[in-house]
Design a protein around this ligand. Sequence first.
Ligand SMILES: [Zn+2]
Ligand SMILES: [Zn+2]
Length: 421
Amino acid sequence: MNLRAPKGTRDVLPDEATMRRKLESIFADICARYGFGEIRTPTFEHTELFERGVGGSSDIVRKEMYTFLDKGGRSITLRPEGTAAVARTFVEQGMSSWASPVKLWYNLNMFRYERMQKGRFREHTQFGCEIFGSESPQADAELIGLLDTFFKELGIKETQLQINSIGCPVCRVDYEKALRDYFRPHLDEMCVDCVERFEKNPLRMLDCKVTKCQEIAVDAPAPLDALCEDCKKHFNAVTTYLEALEIPYCLNLRLVRGLDYYTRTVFEFVSHNVGTQGSICGGGRYDGLIAELGGGDVPGVGFALGVERLLLELQAQGLLPETDVPPLLYIASFDSTAAEALKLAQSLIRQGFSIATDVVGRSLRAQMKAADRLGVTYIVVLGDLELEKGIVDVRRLSDGEEKSCALTELGAFLKAAESAD
Ligand SMILES: [Zn+2]
Ligand SMILES: [Zn+2]
């Protein structure tokens, strides 16, 4: 019997869960300020959606999907990425009739059967944003600006924005021909994946991770040099807007992104802190995706950000958010006063304070030790005498200072103590 968590999954314990909750709330808040609405899609979809919407030549579809037959004999896949699922929702829910552009964000878990490496898990979480219905480079710039705002609010400094354009179906035809002409004489030196990409999607030969393939790709024609006039204009406008937003970027002529549906702008935020591939976040334009899913001619642009990698980045830069602070007050009690202690704790908790009390039936000595271990700021001991008088001594653990306080005034006392901090 195997009772361990499956390989590639991980348990998120309270300290990390607190940090994640803070990241989520900062991201949600920024998305709201930029006018994005949240969307939550199902954890699994029909397999065809990802085959069409991510693309048959991508590593995700070829090697990494969790696909199974359900009891009804349907082929089902656990969501490996967000964009195809959100695009499916856009089409199915008739969002093309909504006021345009439709701006959506998500915080969803993703499933990929990946090789294990730093910051990569088979179940992981992504924050993402999509803008549907705008072809304009302003939308690309707004999205990148949103990410830049998020990183700034987190205090992140060491990431670099890399950007490229991979053109549209019009300029792609000639470019793919030029790429094939370039790679054809080298095919027998390249990896089996590249040989397959040569037929299906030669662009992807530019970002193969195999050293030999990279050496060959160095001198390949760059997509940026093959853009048609419209694509050139679009890309120049994106960079002009980035300059206006004072977002530094660098061109990466080899950046193509792993998914088939990308057109024009592609970008990544990279950092040396998050493993060999270094990407925290990637995105781009996918003007053909909605049409591919039967939803008509609706352009789109979006990004996805790996939360586990973001945590690695924050850790490397010493920027992890604070974990929960310990309770403010511990209420120690005896058998005879246990009910009153529970009641007092409940009343103070309902007034908004963080309070600990004994729920194990421990001796007073053991309760004192427990309070110390929790790191509380104050302790009161609620005995029969204190109950009778309606007054307790509030002891501050840091220096042992004691102040007596009426039970009815305890809330006011804690409030004053909190604001004095
Ligand atoms: Zn073009
Ligand atoms: Zn290769």
